[in-house]
Design a protein. Sequence first.
Length: 178
Amino acid sequence: MIFFCHTGISQNTYTNCDLGFQISKPNERWDFDTDLNAVKIIRTGQPPEEYFLGGVYVATTEYDHVLVAVFNDARLKRQSLNEWVDDLEKIAQYYNATTIKKEVALDEDWAIYAAKFSDMDGLGYSEQIIKIKNKKAYLIQSMGLDLNLRTEKQDKEFDYIFDSFKTFQTFPQILFGS
């Protein structure tokens, strides 16, 4: 079977063939934004720019957003997944956040870190899931209202986005020509 991949947006799904992932948005309240210049300055424990390959924002015009950032495997050679999550916790503590969840799989192929920020005017919940697949680290990060301030609809939208995230093996492009 031949698989043809097209990078871009098709209806409510964004696919990135070069980075090997796709993610969907739940409705028209959300948009995709591939301009990730801000990722390089966000202080969320992300590794230096040299490891960053790209990604996408799935965001609303309100506070809610989900970031997918993809890093090369050199990132994991520099620091273990446990150390990466420890760094996320240190950054959260710097902002007086409370750790809600911190877990790293025994074989270090995934991790989750969630924190509640009390000093951010209601913009107080962040969750990061890191998945290791195909020699890449996929960071899926949500940021939004404190869980106690979210509506059931917002919870379902975040769940939809996280559940829609898929990775796939990338293949070198074959070029035909003379």
